[in-house]
Each structure stands twice: as C-alpha cells, then as structure tokens.
Design a protein around this ligand. Structure first.
Ligand code: ADP
Ligand code: ADP
Length: 223
C-alpha cells in the first residue's frame, strides 16, 4: 500500500512563482524514492508539502492510513540545524521532549537512534565538537527517534565533502536495507539517486513536471 500520495498538486507562491504544476506521486510502504532534478525544479517544495510545512494551491496530499500525527514524519534538512547549546543526547531527545517525554524515559530510544547512525559514544558531545558528517548523523538520529512512518530528506548530504558524503550514502543504504523505512530523498545528484533508491522520480526543469518515474516495481538495485 501507499504511505502518502500527491494528487494533481500545484503550488504557486504569493510572489507568483509556479513551483509545482500538476504533480502526482505515490510513495509506497518501504519505498526509497528519490526526487531528482535540477535546482529550482520544485523538489523542496514537494517535500515540504508532503511534510505539511506548506499548503497546496491545487490538488491534495492523501494519507491512506489517516492524517499523520507528530512523530509520524521525520524530516532531515540540508543544514543539520542542531541546537548549539545542547549536547548530542539533548538534540536527539528534542522531538520526544515535544511529546512530553522526560530525559530518563527516552534514554534507550535516544541511544538506539545514536547507535544506528554510528554515534553510540557521542551522547555527551556538543555540536561544535563534531564534523559536518557527524552533525548530519545527529540530525538523522533526531529524525528517527520518534520511529516515523516516513523519513523525508532534503538534499541532506549536499553540503558535505565527497568522501564523507559517500560514507553517509553507504551507511544510509545499509540502514534502509536493514529497516525498510519509507524514505523520500531529494537530490540533484544522479549518483545518489541511482545508488540509494528503488524508485527515481525525475522532475523536469520546468516547474513541477514529473518528467519520468523510473523503477516503479523494479527491485532495489542492490537487493
Ligand atoms: P506562501 O505563498 O506559501 O505563503 P510566501 O511567499 O509567503 O509563501 O513565502 C514563505 C516564506 O518563504 C517567506 O519566509 C519567504 O521569505 C520565503 N521565500 C520567499 N521567496 C523564496 C524563494 N525564492 N526561495 C526560498 N524561500 C523563499
Ligand atoms: P528545488 O528544491 O528543486 O531547488 P524549490 O522547491 O526550492 O526547488 O523551488 C522551486 C521554485 O519555487 C524556485 O523557482 C524557487 O525560487 C521558488 N520558491 C521556493 N520557495 C519559495 C517561496 N517561499 N516563495 C516564493 N518562491 C519560492
């Protein structure tokens, strides 16, 4: 089944920019979908609309299992956006804290999320002590700590150097193979989309047009 579908979604910003035009898309359970396209083609806008961070001008976002609640959507931004005054543990705790969960009740959940991203020993570290790649790992742990039904990632590795980026791609792929999360991954990198996803949605330079959807029922390239 599908986790979420976009149906004939258009988005025009108040300044007149048409960012999406008649975009339809199904995200199946366990899919790793890449939204691939050049800068400005509307990838982030589409992702933000799925996340509920922006409304549509026309069309609908349909959640077959009911509207998502807080914690059902994990979002990873291009910038790690960590709180600099809080340590790694406290940063990952944040989404659970917003649910009212105390520090002691989330200890295991936070540790599990940090282990997953390879930062088991870094709970007490502060963001300033971490490399760019490690900060990104913290952001991913923070997005995963609520065990979301869908993980949305907006060019998460674009600001990292090539080697760090390759390492993170590899780790993310292995995590997905182990957990079969549902992921929507925005990228302008053909390499990343081919390496990571079982479906690639190519968005044309003209706003919002889905130029092509590849691999709809295709097996995962490495599975
Ligand atoms: P809407 O029409 O959906 O209400 P707005 O035009 O009010 O959206 O803009 C929402 C936010 O996006 C504002 O904070 C604005 O500064 C910012 N913004 C405006 N233009 C751009 C742009 N080209 N790219 C990214 N963000 C922008
Ligand atoms: P991508 O993620 O593919 O780079 P975006 O979704 O960020 O593309 O932007 C699509 C188009 O919408 C671009 O022309 C961008 O400048 C414009 N845009 C994005 N956000 C806003 C905003 N808040 N207000 C006005 N225009 C925007």
């Amino acid at each position: 089944g599908n986790v979420v579908s976009l149906r004939h979604v258009s988005k025009r910003f108040s300044n007149g920019t048409l960012a999406l035009q008649d975009m339809s898309l199904d995200i199946g359970k366990g899919d790793f979908v890449s939204l691939l396209g050049p800068s400005g083609c509307g990838k982030s806008t589409a992702l933000r609309i799925i996340a509920g961070l922006g409304d549509t001008t026309e069309g609908q976002v349909h959640w077959p299992d009911g509207k998502p609640e807080r914690g059902d959507i994990g979002f990873v931004f291009q910038e790690p956006t960590l709180m600099p005054w809080a340590n790694v543990f406290e940063n990952v705790w944040l989404p659970r804290r917003l649910d009212g969960a105390s520090k002691s009740t989330v200890r295991d959940e936070v540790s599990e999320a940090l282990e997953m991203v390879g930062l088991g020993g870094f709970a007490a570290a502060y963001p300033r002590e971490l490399s760019g790649g490690m900060k990104m790992r913290v952001s991913i742990a923070r997005a995963l700590v609520t065990k979301p039904k869908i993980l949305l990632m907006d060019e998460p590795f674009a600001a990292l150097d090539e080697i760090t980026r390759f390492k993170l791609n590899d780790d993310l792929l292995h995590l997905w193979e182990a957990h079969h999360w549902t992921v929507v991954f925005v990228t302008h990198s053909v390499f990343e989309s081919v390496y990571l996803s079982n479906r690639i949605v190519v968005m044309a330079a003209r706003p919002g047009r889905v130029a092509q959807q590849l691999g709809n029922d295709a097996p995962h390239p490495r599975g």
